[in-house]
Design a protein around this ligand. Structure first.
Ligand SMILES: Cc1cc2nc3c(=O)[nH]c(=O)nc-3n(C[C@H](O)[C@H](O)[C@H](O)COP(=O)(O)O)c2cc1C
Length: 331
């Protein structure tokens, strides 16, 4: 069993990675149903939260059914982050996660996200103060380091643990790599193999097949996998990995009926959450992923993404179901 503070998780838990514009409540709910053991929100700006910016506060919404859920915040200013922690606590998540890994310029230039990897002392002190501020378990998500020449993730992880961080998820790339090249899991295994480490060490980056998840577990000996891109349009990935763990075999490809069902439920949950207009609008980006592979999907996609009326979108789903009954998906 793996534990984040008092939260008990199965052996080698699978975590849905925080993903801006992807891991909103409807998507998290779908992933949870398909076997995600922990889900994380999109990252939330602590500055946005304390200014009560609608975009940030909306991201605080969580549902009972998705627990355990972590709310992720980012920032670089201690006072703002502490104030943000107080706001986050009111939403009563199971975990507060700090983003020390986002590589985008807009975030890094303010010293937040992966920007903090240039100042490990600040990273440590921010974590320490946030831990002191809240009764909730605090976890950290980060990268291997700023660049190849400055990787000291073993030391960083130990220092974060020592100030009370309850689990660490490490993306096996540096900030300089952005998303290029392959994630390197060796340094993450070094963190795990440090005899002083006792908190869970989760690996992240390029877990895109069940085989890769097995490799992360068996070859690298990590405590669990945090999975991002492989779940986009494929919340079934969690179930596929768990089935493979249990049987050594792959599940049959997800059927068209399952895909249409998921798309419909996603849209309905989004409407229930945000109302018709926003729900229809914000679910649009997911359709291409759900129906990846269908020939000439563009024609149907246009119908799904041009109407503001959910009835038209639901009708387009039914049309796909009707017209591609015999289409064989590959995964
Ligand atoms: C669309 C997208 C949005 C992301 N947003 C966040 C975010 O809000 N917070 C965060 O810590 N990481 C974010 N990430 C990084 C992922 O959590 C993850 O670390 C990265 O994609 C590598 O894992 P993967 O190979 O399983 O996708 C994002 C990644 C993508 C693709």
């Amino acid at each position: 069993m793996v534990k984040i503070a008092d939260i008990e998780l199965p052996d080698f838990p699978l975590l849905l990675a925080p993903m801006e514009d992807v891991s909103d409540p409807p998507f998290r709910a779908l992933c949870k149903e398909q076997g995600a053991d922990v889900v994380y929100t999109e990252f939330i700006s602590s500055e946005g939260l304390i200014r009560d910016a609608a975009k940030s506060t909306m991201k605080l919404d969580i549902y009972e059914k998705e627990r355990p859920v972590g709310i992720q915040i980012f920032g670089a200013n201690l006072d703002s982050m502490l104030e943000a922690v107080d706001i986050v606590e009111k939403s009563n998540p199971d975990i507060i996660d700090i983003n020390f890994g986002c590589p985008v310029k807009k975030v890094v230039s303010k010293g937040a996200g992966a920007g903090i990897l240039k100042d490990v002392c600040l990273m440590e002190s921010l974590t320490a103060e946030i831990v002191k501020r809240t009764k909730l378990p605090v976890t950290v998500k980060t990268r291997l380091g700023w660049d190849h020449d400055s990787i000291k993730i073993v030391e960083v992880a130990e220092r974060l643990q020592d100030v009370g961080c309850k689990a660490i998820s490490i993306h096996g790339r540096t900030r300089a790599q952005m998303y290029k090249g392959n994630a390197d899991w060796k340094p993450i295994a070094e963190v795990k193999n440090n005899p002083r480490m006792h908190i869970p060490v989760f690996g992240n980056g390029d877990v895109n097949t069940p085989e890769r998840a097995v490799e992360m577990r068996d070859k690298y000996g990590l405590d669990g996998a945090m999975i991002g891109r492989a779940t986009i349009g494929n919340p079934w990935f969690f179930k596929q990995v768990k089935h493979y763990f249990k049987t050594g075999e792959h599940l049959p490809p997800i059927t068209l009926e399952e895909r249409v069902e998921a798309a419909k439920r996603h849209l309905q949950m989004a409407i229930d959450w945000k109302g018709e207009k926003l729900g229809v609008f914000e679910t649009r980006r997911h359709y291409t992923n759900y129906f990846k592979g269908i020939p000439h999907f563009k024609e149907y996609r246009m119908k799904m993404v041009t109407s503001d009326d959910s009835k038209d979108v639901f009708a387009a789903f039914d049309e796909v179901l009707e017209n591609f009954k015999d289409y064989q998906f590959v995964s």
